[in-house]
Ligand binder design. Structure first.
Ligand code: GDP
Ligand code: MG
Ligand code: K
Length: 298
């Protein structure tokens, strides 16, 4: 891609549970990449969806970890959600037009006060309200943060989502098309699966393994009617990290595989055979920090 005017960047989607973050992501990407559910906090992973057009590529990050931490795990997830915010080009703060501003929103607003990147207020579910009520809903939020824009949408019906995308493209920097245009449509679940494996690596090894670990899902094949065979490489920089991930007698890798497999089975609704390898790629760290962090390979 050598179009010097091409725009690209990373955008985080933040909001309390059930405001429609996954629905928005899925609408924009045109694929069911994130797990949608009425149950709060089902999407515990940093899931990315990629929007690609001839003018721009936007890589979306779902950060459900940004809620009040009450456990060690919550703490850990919140930290990674916040550190993701330092690296993005814009933040979408999604609220629901059908609900009053609440403590969950206030908590997020407090966190977002520390963020320097442009923040858009996205008022979702406008299909559920009387248009006359919109100004009153927006009034609850509009002075809380120095919003770059306020965009009412219906993620479910797609109303006004194009304008949101155009607003985002306007503020994105010039940059390359990081991912091939068909990456998401080829294997919409590939990114999610890689994220699920990555999450288990961090969860189980804690701080011993740095965030530069990448997961590359090398194949997803249907074995038979009820089974899917998945192979993935966990890529680290140093042999020591490989040792930690494999663990004594392969115990750690087995644990990572079992926990990831359970998540993937829930995602795909099928039984899964998951084969994991750990590979050392010494110059991995030299690559751009952003691409590294999001598991990009090549
Ligand atoms: P998340 O927790 O923020 O990711 O929320 P989800 O995307 O999982 O959505 C939660 C619920 O709200 C689901 O039942 C969605 O179908 C519903 N929903 C999301 N966006 C809209 C919308 O624009 N309009 C309506 N009516 N429902 C929506
Ligand atoms: Mg969600
Ligand atoms: K949800």
């Amino acid at each position: 891609m050598d179009n010097p005017n091409y725009k690209s960047g990373f955008v985080a989607i933040i909001g309390r549970p059930n405001v429609g973050k996954s629905t928005l992501l899925n609408y924009v990407v045109g694929q069911k990449v994130a797990i949608m559910s009425n149950v709060a906090q089902t999407t515990r992973n940093k899931i990315q969806g990629i929007y690609t057009s001839p003018e721009a590529q936007i890589i979306f990050i779902d950060t459900p970890g940004i809620h009040k931490p009450s456990t060690k795990l919550g703490d850990f997830m919140e930290k990674s959600a916040l550190s993701a915010l330092d690296e993005v080009d814009a933040v979408l703060f999604v609220v629901s037009a059908t609900e009053k501003r609440g403590p969950g929103d206030d908590f997020i607003i407090e966190r977002l006060k520390k963020v320097n990147q442009p923040i858009f207020l996205v008022v979702n579910k406008i299909d559920q309200i009387n248009p006359n009520d919109l100004p009153e809903i927006v009034d609850q939020y509009k002075d809380a943060l120095p919003f770059k824009g306020i965009v009412p949408i219906s993620a479910l019906q797609g109303n006004n989502v194009n304008n949101l995308i155009n607003d985002l493209i306007k503020i994105l920097p010039n940059g390359p098309q990081y991912y091939p245009a068909d990456q998401v449509s080829d294997h919409p679940e590939r990114f999610v699966i890689a994220e699920m494996i990555r999450e288990k690596v961090f969860l189980l090894t804690r701080q011993e393994v740095p965030h530069s670990v990448a997961v590359d899902v090398t194949s997803i094949k249907r074995e038979d009617e009820n089974h899917i065979h998945i192979s993935a490489n966990i890529i680290v920089e140093r042999p020591g990290q490989k040792g930690i991930i494999i663990g004594k007698g392969g115990k750690m890798l087995k644990k990572i595989g079992t926990m990831a497999r359970q998540d993937i089975e829930r995602l795909l609704g099928d039984k899964v055979f998951l084969q994991l390898w750990v590979k050392v790629v010494p110059d991995w760290r030299d690559k751009s920090a952003m691409l590294k962090d999001y598991g990009y390979r090549n």
